[in-house]
Design a binder for this molecule. Structure first.
Ligand code: AMP
Length: 544
C-alpha cells in the first residue's frame, strides 16, 4: 500500500463543520418566520435524528424518503441518514401523486418525512404506499394540532428530537462506496428513473464544487440554494456548503423572487443557485424596481438545468452588475459536470460581446471527469461547429439506473450517454446545441431550438421564449416559437416585429414559421420549460 485507503464519507463532512466552523450560521425561512442556528447545533440535532430513526427501526441500507422544501430540518435529514448508513431519498413534491407513489414503492422507502404544508398530498397517497412503516411530520406542532388526519403511524419531528438523546453508537465502518442518497429524474416517456449516490461520489463532488475554476465555494460564501433539495440534492450545495463551513440560507416553502431578493439583502448572500426561469423572474423584479433591493453582496448566480439565455446574462451584468455563472449537469451526474469560467488569456483578448458568448456556453469539463463527444463518424473535432452527443464518466457519474431496464440504453461501455447534443471549440468549451429530442429537423437539416430561444429572449419586450419542432407537410418539421411578453409590453409587439428582430442572426430557413403569444410558458416540476406539453397542444399547428 503506497498511500492510505481511507474512506470518503458524509460523516467526515459533518464532523469537519462541527470541529472547524461550529459558530457559522444556518438560516432557515419557515412558514412563521426566520429560524437561525449554527453548525454546532446542526451536529447535535443530526445525531438526535439518527437516534430517532434507529428507534423507528431504520437499519443500514434502508431508504428514507423526504417530501420537503429547503429548510434546516431537511438539511438535518441530509446528514442523519448517511451517518447511520441509511439513504436519504429526496422526492420531488411537484410530481403528480401517481408518480410519487411509484417512486416511493419502487425505492421501497421505510419512513417518510414530510413538511406540514404537504399533509394533504401525503393523506392522498397514503393508501397506495406499500413499504412505508412510519410517517414523520417535520413540524414543531404535535398530535393535538392534527387530530383529524388519518395517517398512521404519525410522529412529530420536534417532539421526537426533544425526547431523544444523540445517537451514541453510529457505525464506524461505512464504506465510501455505500449508498447515501437517492433521487429520481423524470423520463420523456414512462416512470421516473432512480439514481443512487454514494458517500465517495458526494464527497468528491463537494470538493470539486470548491475549486477556484468551478464554483469556488468557500467559508467566505453565504449560499442560498433556490434549487430545491429534491432536485439533484440542491446541486450538492447542502453537502459542499457544510464541508467548507459556508453560511447557508434556506429559503423555505414556496419562495418567490421577492422573498429571494429580500433574503439576499438581509443575509448578505454571495452565491445563489437555480434554473434560468427563476433568474428571469428576479431580473424582471430588479428592472421594475431599480435601486429597491441591495444585491451588492452577490458574487454570482449559478444558473443550470437549462440553457442560460445570453440576453439574460447581459442584462444582469449591464443593468445590475451581477454575474451569472453557468453550470451544466444532470441527476445522473450529481450534477456538476461543466462549469463556465473564462480562461485568463481569453479574458484579456476578447471584447465584451465575445465574453458574453462564452458566458452563455456551458463551459469546461470539471476536473476529475472525462468526456467524449461522438456522432456517427466517431469523436467530433474541436471546431465549435460539429455536433455530437456528450458522453461522461467519472467518480460522481452514475453507473446505472436503480433497478431499471433503461440502464442498458443510457450507460454503454462505461460511459453515460447524456442525450445532450453539443459542440466543443478549440479551447475545450462545450456548448449545448439542444437536447437530442428537442432538435428541430427541417428538410433533413438540424435547427437548434436553444439558439433561437436565446435570440428571442434578447428582445427587450420578451420575458420568456420557447421553440419546438412541429410536423410540417413539406419540411418534415418546422420551428414554432412561443413568446411571453413582459407585462408592460403586452399588446404592443407584433409577430413580425419579433421575427424581424432575430432575422439578422439566422439563415432564412432557421426562422420560425409562426410566433404564438402566451401568458406563460408551461414549466416542468423543477421549473424548466415544458416543451412536451407545447408539442402535444400544437402538434397540428402547421397542418391546419
Ligand atoms: P435534470 O436531471 O433534471 O437536472 O436535467 C438534466 C438536463 O438539463 C441535462 O441533460 C441538460 O439537457 C439540461 N441542462 C442542465 N444544465 C444545463 C445548462 N447549463 N445548459 C443547458 N442545458 C442544461
Amino acid at each position: 500500500m503506497h498511500m492510505m485507503d481511507t474512506p470518503l464519507t458524509i460523516a467526515q463532512i459533518l464532523r469537519r463543520a462541527r470541529d472547524f466552523f461550529p459558530k457559522n450560521e444556518i438560516v432557515s425561512r419557515l412558514q412563521d418566520g426566520i429560524f437561525r442556528y449554527t453548525y454546532n447545533d446542526l451536529y447535535d440535532r443530526v445525531l438526535r435524528l439518527s437516534g430517532v430513526m434507529a428507534d423507528l427501526g431504520v437499519e443500514r441500507g434502508d431508504k428514507i424518503a423526504t417530501l420537503a422544501w429547503n429548510d434546516h430540518r431537511h438539511l438535518e435529514a441530509y446528514f442523519a441518514m448517511p451517518v447511520m448508513g441509511a439513504v436519504i431519498h429526496t422526492v420531488n413534491i411537484r410530481l403528480a401523486p401517481e408518480q410519487i407513489v411509484y417512486i416511493l414503492n419502487h425505492a421501497e422507502d421505510k419512513v417518510l418525512l414530510f413538511d406540514e404544508t404537504l399533509l394533504p398530498l401525503v393523506e392522498g397517497i397514503r393508501p397506495y404506499l406499500q413499504t412505508v412503516k412510519a410517517f414523520v411530520m417535520m413540524t414543531g406542532k404535535n398530535a393535538g394540532d392534527f387530530s383529524a388526519t388519518s395517517i398512521q403511524p404519525l410522529y412529530f419531528y420536534e417532539e421526537l428530537l426533544a425526547k431523544r438523546a444523540p445517537h451514541d453508537s453510529l457505525p464506524n465502518d461505512i464504506h465510501e462506496n455505500d449508498p447515501c442518497g437517492m433521487c429520481y429524474t423524470s423520463a420523456t416517456t414512462g416512470n421516473p428513473k432512480g439514481v443512487v449516490y454514494t458517500h465517495r461520489a458526494m464527497f468528491l463532488h463537494s470538493l470539486a464544487s470548491g475549486l477556484a475554476d468551478t464554483l469556488a465555494l468557500s467559508e467566505t460564501d453565504v449560499i442560498l440554494p433556490f434549487v430545491p433539495m429534491f432536485h439533484v440534492n440542491a446541486w450538492g450545495l447542502p453537502f459542499s456548503a457544510t464541508m467548507f463551513g459556508s453560511k447557508q440560507v434556506l429559503p423555505g416553502p414556496m419562495p418567490t423572487p421577492q422573498v429571494l431578493l429580500e433574503l439576499y439583502e438581509q443575509e448578505k448572500v454571495t452565491l445563489s443557485a437555480g434554473v434560468p426561469t427563476v433568474w428571469l423572474g428576479i431580473l424582471q423584479l430588479l428592472d421594475q424596481h431599480p435601486g429597491k433591493y441591495d444585491t451588492s453582496s452577490i458574487r454570482g448566480l449559478v444558473s443550470g438545468g437549462a440553457p442560460a439565455p445570453k440576453g439574460m446574462i447581459k442584462a444582469f451584468k449591464e443593468r445590475h452588475h451581477i454575474d451569472i455563472f453557468q453550470a451544466y449537469g444532470m441527476t445522473e451526474t450529481a450534477p456538476l459536470a461543466l462549469a463556465s469560467r473564462l480562461k485568463p488569456r481569453l479574458a484579456e483578448t476578447l471584447d465584451n460581446e465575445q465574453k458574453l458568448d462564452y458566458a452563455a456556453m456551458q463551459g469546461l469539463l470539471v476536473p476529475g471527469l472525462e468526456m467524449q463527444i461522438v456522432n456517427e463518424q466517431g469523436e467530433v473535432p474541436w471546431d465549435g461547429e460539429t455536433i455530437g452527443e456528450l458522453l461522461l464518466r467519472g467518480p460522481w457519474i452514475a453507473g446505472e439506473y436503480y433497478r431499471d431496464s433503461r440502464t442498458e440504453s443510457t450507460f454503454v461501455d462505461g460511459w453515460l450517454h447524456t442525450g445532450d447534443m453539443v459542440t466543443v471549440n478549440e479551447e475545450g468549451y462545450i456548448r449545448i446545441v439542444d437536447r437530442a429530442k428537442d432538435l428541430v429537423k427541417s428538410g433533413g437539416e438540424w435547427i437548434s431550438s436553444v439558439d433561437i430561444e436565446n435570440a428571442l429572449m434578447a428582445h427587450p419586450a420578451v420575458l420568456e421564449a420557447a421553440v419546438i419542432g412541429v410536423a410540417h407537410p413539406k419540411w418534415q418539421e418546422r420551428p414554432l416559437a412561443f413568446v411571453v411578453l413582459k407585462e408592460s409590453e403586452k399588446g404592443k409587439v407584433s409577430k413580425q416585429n419579433i421575427i424581424d428582430f432575430i432575422t439578422p442572426q439566422f439563415a432564412k430557413w432557421w426562422l420560425p414559421d409562426d410566433v404564438v403569444f402566451l401568458d406563460a410558458i408551461p414549466k416542468t416540476s423543477v421549473g424548466k420549460f415544458l416543451k412536451r406539453s407545447l408539442r402535444e397542444d400544437f402538434a397540428k399547428h402547421y397542418q391546419d
